[in-house]
Design a protein around this ligand. Structure first.
Ligand code: DGL
Length: 271
């Protein structure tokens, strides 16, 4: 009987944003090995259609399976919204997205009856959050808003600027008026905007960080399926990207607050 498993966890995102999830996975499970794929040549996923996101996600899944991973974490809200169900049909390994953990945490946290969700156009239009929230709790009113400009603001290192404040005000005004008390940050980039969003709401709103909630779910799943690594050595990290590893390394520092420890290699389907 298998009681432990030292194979890596396979994590993927459209680019660097999923590093917010990798960071939480490592915080909670420092002994796990991780292989991360960032589809930097095809980012952003946020405005692309479901068939395209499903094709990209399937290609990345095949790549990660070849790396002999023990489970898959879709560390991207857009891919979780549009491709999770499809990927689950393509492998017998556990596949976890970022949506269900965020939804469960929001339902636990909400005090009134209104939950806000912000994400990319694709995530919001897919209705993935809205339908799950309404299924879990029919009394909850969900107010959802696509905030496409927030991703480039974070990527351009402008997440602590007046431009970011103005954009937050433009997108989040209605949440204030409607007195939403819990807001799901349904995009990998938004955890970097937490300080500004908290400031905007005078800290009177609960922010649900899908990255943290996903790490908790992954930890529970590994324990339940006896897939936890049995080593006391800090886990390794390896990165693959579909565009330049150098550019990825540079931006990654912003998301992780440190340099990448592991190697970062290029992998592409078109070469
Ligand atoms: N990773 C994406 C998400 O969480 C944001 C960036 C993109 O649009 O690709 O939805």
């Amino acid at each position: 009987m298998i009681i432990s498993d030292n194979r890596p966890i396979g994590v993927f995102d459209s680019g660097v944003g999923g590093l917010t999830v990798l960071k939480e996975l490592q915080n909670l499970m420092p002994y796990e090995n991780i292989i991360y794929f960032g589809d930097t040549a095809r980012v952003p996923y946020g405005g692309k259609s479901a068939p395209v996101i499903q094709r990209y996600s399937q290609e990345i899944l095949d790549f990660l399976l070849m790396q002999n991973v023990k489970m898959i974490v879709i560390a991207c809200n857009t891919a979780s919204a549009l491709a999770l169900n499809k990927l689950k049909t393509l492998t017998s390994l556990p596949v976890v997205g970022v949506i269900d953990p965020g939804v469960r945490a929001a339902v636990k946290a909400v005090k009134g009856q209104k939950i806000g969700v912000i994400g990319t156009k694709g995530t919001i239009a897919s209705f993935a959050y809205q339908s799950r929230l309404e299924r879990l709790c029919s009394k909850i009113k969900v107010i959802a808003q696509a905030c496409p400009l927030l991703v480039p603001i974070v990527e351009e290192n402008m997440h602590n600027t007046d431009l970011a404040r103005l954009t937050i005000d433009t997108y989040l005004k209605d949440f204030k008026t409607l007195q939403v008390d819990t807001l799901i940050l349904a995009c990998t980039h938004y955890p970097l905007l937490k300080p500004l969003i908290n400031e905007y709401f005078d800290k009177k709103i609960t922010l649900v960080d899908s990255a943290q909630e996903t790490a908790i779910e992954v930890k529970e799943l590994l324990a339940a399926r006896r897939l936890v690594a049995d080593t006391e050595k800090i886990g390794t990290e390896r990165f693959f990207v579909s565009d330049s590893p150098d550019i990825f390394r540079e931006i990654a520092v912003k998301f992780l607050g440190r340099e990448l420890a592991g190697e970062c290699l290029h992998h592409s389907w078109t070469d």
